[in-house]
Design a protein around this ligand. Structure first.
Ligand code: FAD
Length: 520
């Protein structure tokens, strides 16, 4: 019989729930996957994305045609064709476009020391999601007469080598506010400015440019959602439809001596035959647009969307869009998503508004991006002016119990299994486990929980993840310290029959609905 007792006592570290089985030993060193592959020039085909409007309704983006014969389109996030101003500019006036994605070993190569299968930075589910997104992008590029060039190595070095080898005059990539990319961009720009290469790096990952908002606020990021909304106003691009389809792209030029491959598989990356339960969500722009179409076609649902209402225990059909992993990798443009929502709002009599509406969720995303961009050391407690300095406990055993779904609270453990196996959980499920780890029960440092989420989430996003952990631990933004999610009654409210728990913790499948002392 499973007994439930407060986890503050270490005796509680027991329930031997089966954790997802993936043998670390099955990870081996990466095999070499680079082979000289012939360039494929498919017939240029009109790419009609699921949701693209007829071409005559699309206003041309007012980007000037640039001079020069060749350009590089450097894909990092923004793994899409629709609403991709960097790709559009790269192809303007160019005889050749080299669409490049660099496999960063830190991000992709197996790290046998990591606490779950995957690389130093990412769990396997997210790596696979990325590879699927790359395959989808490559397929779309091929339909447009191009293809994706995969290279491998430290991205800055690889890119500089490509710039030298291909002699291009233009480098285009989507602007990225994450510290990792900011540092990378400085390095690359040092080279391009010395070499006289034009760089075009538009803001298209977010609805607004975080730097503009910060400037409008006198150099400081707004610290409340409402002040953010006031400063942001309406997005400038909203009145002109975004470019959602491209008819063709210039061909890829000669790749010379640069090592280029097709998109590798998980196996090519050195992971061997992995036995694990994979996330049910497939990566890629096609899947993102399909999901978006399904969501926005239910106008009533969109119009009445209200968060934080919604049932976190629904998993056959989750209560929210599950578009976050697609937004994370830029398989879906947040601007296009926002525009589709506005189209729905225009055609219904009544709809919810920010902060609770679906458009309001995208604004939360932009809010966290803006604060994160404007706050030094946003991802830590020390040196972060926004973060309360709290003497958190440090206890590796309790942390392991939480992250390995061994707390003894079925609701908490089921959520942590969903994190490991799916890499996605409903917002309120994230609230439950984040509150539990920090101020609610274990009193462990939010940075430790953040690290676990950062690795295992398929939508892991630097600004949003850190922002929400600051929030849930009452370190910043939200200070109602005593508003705790009960690890028992909160789950019971949404999952009275234990369907969610039984699904993610099959060891409890046969448990009677109300067993004495057990709240399932
Ligand atoms: P929907 O409700 O359908 O919302 C649409 C989109 O709005 C989401 O895809 C997301 O991009 C954005 N959004 C929704 N809620 C938030 C929010 N609270 N803050 C910022 N943007 C939001 N979200 C991530 O994308 N990446 C993370 O790494 C991440 N870490 C989190 C950590 C914690 C501790 C918590 C409590 C929340 C975290 N979230 C994160 C926010 C939120 O839980 C997810 O964005 C949401 O559950 C994703 O599901 P969805 O796409 O169905 O959301």
């Amino acid at each position: 019989m499973v007994q439930v007792s407060p986890l503050l006592h270490k005796i509680h570290l027991y329930p031997p729930y089966p954790t997802p089985r993936t043998s670390l030993a099955s990870q081996r060193h990466p095999t070499r996957f680079f082979k000289a592959t012939p360039l494929i020039f498919d017939d240029a085909m009109q790419l009609l994305l699921c949701l693209s409007k007829p071409a005559q309704h699309l206003k041309k983006n007012p980007l000037m045609a640039a001079s020069g014969s060749g350009s590089i389109m450097w894909f990092r996030k923004g793994l899409r064709i629709h609403d991709n101003p960097a790709l559009e500019y790269a192809s303007k006036g160019s005889d050749f476009v080299y669409p490049v994605f660099v496999i960063d070993p830190h991000y992709m190569e197996p790290d046998p020391k990591a606490f779950s299968p995957g690389s130093k930075l990412a769990g396997l589910n997210r790596i696979r999601f990325l590879l699927e997104s790359l395959v989808d992008l490559d397929t779309s590029l091929k339909k447009l007469g191009s293809r994706l060039l995969i290279s491998k190595g430290e991205p800055g070095q690889v890119l500089i080598q490509c710039l030298k080898e291909w002699g291009v005059k233009k480098l285009c990539y989507e602007h990225d506010t994450d510290p990792y990319y900011q540092a990378l961009d400085i390095k690359v720009k040092e080279y391009t400015s010395a070499a006289g290469i034009e760089v075009f790096s538009p803001v298209s990952h977010t609805l607004f440019n975080p730097a503009d908002i910060i400037q409008r606020n006198g150099g400081k990021p707004p610290l409340t959602y409402q002040s953010f909304l006031k400063l942001a106003g309406q997005p400038s691009w909203l009145s002109s439809p975004l470019l959602t389809s491209i008819s063709s792209l210039p061909p890829v030029g000669d790749v010379g001596s640069c090592e280029i491959s097709e998109v590798p598989t998980i196996k090519d990356l050195g992971y061997g035959d992995i036995e694990q339960e994979w996330t049910p969500f497939r990566g890629g722009e096609s899947e993102a647009l399909k999901r978006l179409k399904e969501s926005v076609s239910d106008k009533n649902w969109v119009a009445n969307f209200e968060k934080p209402k919604g049932n976190p225990s629904l998993f056959v059909k989750p209560a929210t869009t599950v578009l976050s992993p697609y937004l994370k990798f830029g398989c879906l443009s947040s601007r296009y998503f926002y525009q589709c929502l506005q189209d729905v709002y225009k055609n219904v009599q009544k709809h919810t508004s920010p902060p609770v509406s679906l458009a309001g969720q995208l604004l939360w995303r932009d809010f966290f991006y803006t604060v994160a961009f404007g706050t030094p050391n946003f991802d830590r407690m020390k040196g972060n002016k926004l973060c309360k300095q709290i003497p958190w406990n440090d206890d590796d055993e309790l942390l392991a119990a939480w992250s390995e779904a061994r707390t003894g609270y079925p609701w908490i453990d089921a959520i942590m299994v969903q994190l490991r196996t799916w890499g996605w959980m409903h917002h309120l499920a994230r609230h439950s486990v984040a509150c539990f780890l920090t101020r609610g029960d274990l009193f462990l440092h939010w940075e430790r929980g953040r690290d676990v989420f950062e690795r295992l989430l398929i939508d892991s996003d630097w600004a949003i993840n850190n922002g929400n952990w600051l929030w849930l631990s009452c370190s910043s933004f939200f200070y109602q310290y005593n508003r705790i999610y009960s690890p028992i009654s909160f789950g019971k409210k949404y999952d009275p029959n234990g369907n969610y728990i039984r699904h993610f913790l099959p060891v409890l499948k046969e448990m009677p609905r109300y067993a004495k002392g057990v709240h399932i």
